[in-house]
Design a binder for this molecule. Structure first.
Ligand SMILES: [Fe+2]
Length: 433
């Protein structure tokens, strides 16, 4: 055998052996929380979310009468020349009573600006940065987070990147009826969620309904108030918001979505309001994926897909992000179950690191619409560079190092000829009574 050919054979065998030997990481334990059950008048579990044009909602928990729903803020450390008054709520769940949950909206805020703030007129100073008014804008994405060693790894990696807004397509704390886990989750994410807006939608682990008559989502709605009122929705379970030149719609996989539902009517109205000249990118998030070739949760998104995919297609949605399946999968542009250059790119990013572990079995052959699939923990980043181009990347938590494993440039539909201004038959779907 030629020496060169032998070397090539050895190299190929080494690669083959390496991939065969690759041991997929096991689930990690739930983290220990020294602060568990700590009730204090000091602000805890601070997180922020976008709340309408140039406004931000600050949410925190503090017990005691001496904890007003007041946020003091300004652009210099320790100098708070502005003040906002909010409101507080609390809830009881079986034997658990929550602390006082404060929601205070601050603004109008300058774009792309660092603000220093303090909650309840006491405690430590926090720092946030508002998103830019125009491109480029960067989102991080990780669903199904939980609070394990892998969650910590994912959060550490998100913390390393430069981003404007974090997106979480459902399944936050994995409290699963044990309400103190909502508190530990709040503390775990505070370093990130107090600094950049966290925009979340609900998953099955947020439901926590104890009786058939209970609607569920009690803790989620009390703790993670999103800008539903600001976006004309009557429910915290679905809403929308703008960031720079992107319009994002957060839908609910576990609330009614058929054509007679409030969510459906609201979605249609919201899609009709989108002005692609102002927000050329259109993104949608929900928990249960519609395009999923993993063996886990097969078909669970089918009914919602049948009800709502025609609307998203008619409106020219660019990207759909989901969670639920604990793995990563990216599709081509798809519609109606097959590739379609006018459909959305669907990505499942349900790999934040929760205690249930990875969903590692896939159906074969890989469907033609599926481009990349892998069962590893990780997070994604979406950098929208301008009105036509965005860089999508997925970063695997490989031996605790963030490894860029999937990367693709996505071009928006605005210049594609796919939108309703070029295809009037699509507008009819949106305008149908
Ligand atoms: Fe889920």
């Amino acid at each position: 055998m030629e020496p060169k050919f032998m070397l090539l054979m050895v190299a190929l065998m080494t690669i083959a052996t390496a991939s065969a030997d690759y041991v997929r990481p096991k689930p990690r334990k739930i983290l220990d929380f020294p602060w568990e059950s700590k009730h204090s008048s000091q602000p805890q579990q601070v997180h922020i979310s976008l709340a309408g044009d140039q406004h931000m909602r600050v949410t925190w928990i503090a017990d005691g009468k001496s904890s007003p729903s007041i946020v003091e803020y300004g652009t210099s450390p320790g100098k708070y020349n502005r003040i906002a008054q909010g409101e507080s709520t609390s809830y009881d769940y079986l034997l658990y009573s929550s602390g006082k949950i404060h929601h205070t909206v601050i603004g109008p805020l300058e774009h792309n600006t660092v603000y220093f703030y303090r909650c309840g007129k006491q405690g430590p100073e926090f720092q946030l940065k508002t998103p830019p008014s125009e491109f480029p804008v960067t989102f991080t994405v990780a669903g199904d987070l939980g609070q394990t060693g892998w969650t910590k790894s994912t959060l550490d990696h998100i913390d390393l990147c430069t981003y404007d807004v974090h997106l979480l397509p459902g399944d936050l704390s994995y409290a699963d009826y044990i309400q103190s886990r909502w508190d530990t989750f709040g503390e775990l994410v505070q370093p990130l969620a107090s600094a950049r807006p966290w925009m979340v939608t609900e998953g099955n682990h947020e439901k926590e309904n104890i009786l058939i008559l209970e609607d569920g989502f009690q803790s989620y709605n009390a703790r993670w108030k999103m800008p539903y009122e600001e976006s004309g929705s009557s429910s915290n379970l679905y809403y929308s918001f703008d960031v720079a030149g992107a319009h994002l719609i957060m839908l609910g996989s576990y609330t009614d979505y058929d054509e007679y539902s409030e969510q459906y009517s609201w979605l249609k109205a919201d899609l009709l309001k989108v002005d692609r000249k102002r927000t050329p990118w259109l993104l949608v998030l929900f928990h249960v994926p519609w395009y999923n070739s993993n063996k886990a949760h097969r078909g669970e998104g089918d009914h919602m897909m049948q009800a709502m995919e025609p609307l998203l297609y008619a409106a020219g949605v660019d990207i759909v992000l989901a969670g639920h399946v604990h793995a990563y999968e990216r599709s081509k542009r798809v519609y109606g179950g097959r590739s379609d250059s006018c459909g959305a790119v669907h990505v499942t990013v349900g790999d934040g690191g929760n205690r249930e572990g990875l969903a590692s079995k896939y159906i074969n052959p890989q469907p033609e619409w599926s481009v990349f699939r892998e069962a590893s923990f990780g997070h994604a980043e979406l950098k929208i560079v301008n009105s036509t181009h965005a860089l999508w990347s997925w970063h695997r938590n490989d031996d605790d190092e963030p490894v860029r494993s999937d990367e693709v440039w996505i071009t928006s539909l605005v210049s594609s000829g796919c939108l309703a201004d070029k295809r009037p038959e699509l507008r009819k779907i949106l305008l149908a009574p």
